[in-house]
Design a protein around this ligand. Structure first.
Ligand SMILES: Nc1ncnc2c1ncn2[C@@H]1O[C@H](COP(=O)(O)OP(=O)(O)OP(=O)(O)O)[C@@H](O)[C@H]1O
Length: 785
């Protein structure tokens, strides 16, 4: 089956391109379509009217003259030309081809098929016309002059029998090449119709079975019964498509011939995947936990004590008066003032009198704040995108924003994002939802007790409410061993861990280093998969995988997003320094396309924790309240975080603009309920396993005996030398080896001097440049041994 399919379609396509615009193609298409119809109408009516119109042929100049053809003089003359002077009845094929060409241009179909239609159509036309020629002059209307004369010519040279043999040969060519008939098919068709007749008479079921064996369709049916949607031979074309070469010769003397290589089209895989999708539906990564239920909104509580925001008119009035007064003291007139009441702060938007310089207000920021004498006043002069000045004043009775309200918001529920996070509400009371996949990494800092842990929980809760366990995995690092412990319950649903470890939540530094390096390996593996699949990012990769265009037998699999959360980053960087900084920076730099996202949180926002290299790679930053302007600048490159009021009041930036947000509040019992709800459902057998990482202590024994080498040693060496990449994961994929065996072979190769030493998360260097050099090296080794 598979073979046959390939034969049909593996022929490379030549692209024939007329550079017509879409509009021109539509116009040309319509014209040809109508012209074709005109021809067909003329031809058909000619058969009824030719006798009556005979004497009017050729008299086009006489305007008054009427003919009986449906298309009058035009029809009569054209039909006479094509039918009588041309090909007889088969001229209808010509009309049909013109119509078809019109349709092809109108819809802009691939023209290669059309060329085939023309070739075979013209041949058929000629054949029919010559065929009617056999019947002599009486049938000139059917054969046309061309058919008659060609026949005559053939008979003059070959005689009647010779001419008939030529005609039969052409007919066979048509049936075999165009209609792809084979003698077996003819015999099969004959047999099956015979058997069918027999079985109809005898009613013997057995015989039906034999018939099924013989016929082609039944083979197809049998194949469809196989439940495995990925069948090796189905998805992998057995012969790689060969590039087609066309040699362009030039008439210019002395000019060089140019070889034009046309890449073959890979349509076959598309067809097979389309068939697989048709037969089995798209691949559903959620199938394994098909009955998984997302936590319901009822698990979250409503923390808003006082219901919706109550606007305290008195407070508003009071603040307004103080602002106007203060500014007046500094001789700043106000043209207009507008208040927006948010959950924790109210924004007073001021339009100063004409002529007041904004920089003047900016300079007076501290004095104004002092005069208003409230904690947490932030002046935004000017508000970006508007010509106004903003003064944020904390509300006397701040309102808690419940996680429940942001999760239930339409903005979050309808968010078409890869990793949506509902952080809380902005100052204008809008739910603030961002896509972690777009950030792509986040740094969260703030002094202790200002809402960082709640913020992390809000992030994780958002993802739990929106993403199926198959779609996202968390790697949780929690040196304090308290904050994230609750997530242990969802280990087998949502967490990822190193193989051979008990706890998924990582609390000790060595394990963090191993995990980070393992994530780097995972990243490299994913990049290899993306390269193999010829896609640019995880989204395209997963779409292709779902459409069954990637074969799992080649190592492809659905890639869940991985979110690495590190709480108390400061502790980690203090104890492990470069050992964590380097892999984190590497991941942060490269991991966005392959769906690994980092969130690091720290309560010590100092420059030796949030180093330049970390900062440069974490564009999305969140600052909770900090104690000094310097800390604020360390986190945000801007002051402002020192003026926040705490309890989840935060500033978010993903580049330039700062957005003030009241972080949604989710309490520990709520997180416990959610994780309990998820944890009690059917889970995967284990947490998602990350690639094994062998630390440097697992080093190499360089005196490995040649006799003790792995059986696949030579093959493996060839793979690495060809790829010029010393990676164990490459061996795993290419040779379908386990991790440990691939690692051992690599060690043996290091001993043999084929690859260089271990270089952390980077692939080892391959020291042998070519296969010839490798063969030489291994042969010499044998001789020495
Ligand atoms: N978004 C919020 N809304 C209302 N109250 C909050 C919010 N976030 C935090 N709080 C209050 O602040 C307290 C401390 O918050 P949280 O535990 O998140 O601080 P933290 O910054 O993680 O502290 P630490 O660094 O010591 O762990 C909470 O118990 C809660 O009462």
């Amino acid at each position: 089956m598979a073979k046959k399919k390939n034969k049909n379609t593996s022929a490379p396509r030549k692209k024939i391109s007329f550079s017509l615009s879409k509009q021109q193609k539509i116009l040309l298409g319509s014209f040809l379509f109508l012209l074709g119809l005109a021809f067909l109408f003329s031809f058909i009516s000619y058969f009824f009217t030719w006798q009556a119109d005979q004497s009017e042929i050729g008299l086009l100049a006489e305007r008054e003259l009427q003919t009986n053809n449906w298309l009058n003089k035009f029809g009569a003359n054209v039909a006479h030309f094509f039918i009588y002077d041309g090909f007889g009845i088969s001229a209808l094929i010509f009309g049909f081809l013109i119509t078809l060409t019109g349709i092809y241009y109108f819809f802009d179909y691939a023209k290669k098929q059309l060329l085939k239609f023309w070739f075979w159509g013209m041949l058929l036309m000629l054949w029919i016309s010559v065929f009617f020629g056999f019947f002599g002059e009486k049938t000139t209307l059917f054969s046309g002059i061309i058919g008659y004369e060609t026949n005559d010519l053939m008979q003059d040279y070959l005689g009647l029998v010779g001419a008939m043999l030529v005609m039969i040969f052409i007919l066979i060519v048509y049936l075999v090449v165009r209609l792809k008939l084979t003698p077996e098919m003819a015999i099969d068709a004959f047999r099956s119709s015979k058997k069918q007749i027999e079985s109809e008479f005898v009613g013997d079921k057995k015989e039906v079975a034999t018939v099924e064996k013989d016929t082609e369709e039944s083979e197809e049916e049998k194949e469809e019964e196989i439940p495995e949607p990925y069948i090796e031979e189905k998805i992998t074309p057995p012969t790689p498509p060969v590039a087609e070469k066309i040699i362009l010769k030039s008439d210019v003397e002395g000019d060089v011939e140019m070889e034009v290589e046309q890449a073959p089209e890979e349509e076959e895989i598309e067809n097979i995947s389309a068939k697989l999708v048709k037969d089995f539906g798209e691949f559903d990564p959620k199938l394994e936990l098909g009955n998984y239920k997302f936590p319901s909104i009822e698990l979250l509580r409503d923390h808003t004590a006082g219901g919706s925001i109550t606007i305290d008119q008195e407070e508003l009035e009071e603040n307004k008066n103080r602002i106007v007064e203060t500014l007046n003291n500094y001789k700043i007139g106000i043209a207009n003032i507008k208040a927006t009441v948010g959950p924790t702060v109210t924004l007073y938007e001021i339009v100063p009198d004409a002529g007041v310089r904004i920089s003047k207000i900016k300079n007076l920021e501290d004095d104004i704040a002092l005069s208003l004498s409230a904690l947490g006043i932030r002046i935004i002069a000017p508000i970006p995108g508007r010509g106004t000045i903003g003064i944020e004043v904390p509300n006397k009775n701040p309102r808690v924003v419940s996680m429940r309200s942001v999760i239930a918001s339409a903005k979050f529920q309808n968010a078409e994002m890869e990793l949506p996070i509902a952080f809380g509400k902005t100052i204008s009371n809008e739910t603030f939802v961002v896509d972690l996949a777009k950030m792509p990494h986040m740094l969260m800092a703030g002094a202790t007790g200002q809402g960082k842990s709640v913020g992390l929980n809000a992030v994780l809760t958002s993802l739990l409410y929106k993403k199926h366990p198959a779609e996202v995995k968390f790697v949780l690092v929690d040196p304090k061993k308290v904050e994230l412990t609750l997530f242990n319950k969802i280990e087998r649903h949502y967490l990822a861990k190193l193989p051979d470890t008990e706890e998924a939540i990582i609390t000790d530094t060595t394990k963090v280093i191993h995990t980070l390096n393992s994530l780097c390996i995972e990243m490299d593996n994913r990049y290899d998969l993306l390269k193999d699949a010829m896609v640019r990012n995880i989204k395209e990769y997963n779409t292709k995988f779902k459409n069954r265009k990637l074969n799992p037998n080649d190592g492809h699999h659905y890639l869940p997003y991985i979110v690495l959360v590190i709480d108390e980053f400061a502790d980690l960087i203090m104890t492990a320094g470069k050992e964590v900084e380097t892999p984190i920076a590497r991941l942060a730099q490269l991991a966005r396309a392959i769906g690994i996202h980092l969130i690091i949180a720290t309560q010590r926002p100092s420059v030796n924790v949030i180093t330049g290299i970390i900062k440069a790679n974490f564009p999305a930053r969140i600052a909770f309240r900090v104690t000094s302007k310097i800390d604020s600048r360390t986190i945000l490159d801007n002051s402002g975080a020192d003026q926040l009021i705490g309890r989840g009041d935060m500033l978010y930036t993903q580049g330039n603009e700062l957005t003030r947000i009241q972080c949604a509040f989710v309490d520990t019992p709520e997180v416990a309920d959610i994780t309990e709800f998820i944890g009690s459902q059917k889970a995967y057998p284990d947490a998602h396993l990350l690639p094994e990482y062998v630390g440097e202590e697992g080093g190499t024994n360089l005196d490995i005996n040649i006799e003790e080498r792995d059986k696949m040693f030579r093959e493996a060496a060839e793979v690495l030398v060809i790829a010029q990449q010393g990676s164990a994961s490459l061996l795993q994929r290419k040779l379908k080896l386990g991790y440990n065996r691939a690692g051992r072979i690599i060690d043996q190769m290091e001993a043999a001097g084929i690859v260089g030493p271990f270089e952390g998360s980077k692939a080892r260097q391959v020291l042998v440049p070519t296969i010839d050099a490798l063969n030489q090296l291994l042969d010499n080794e044998q001789n020495d041994y």
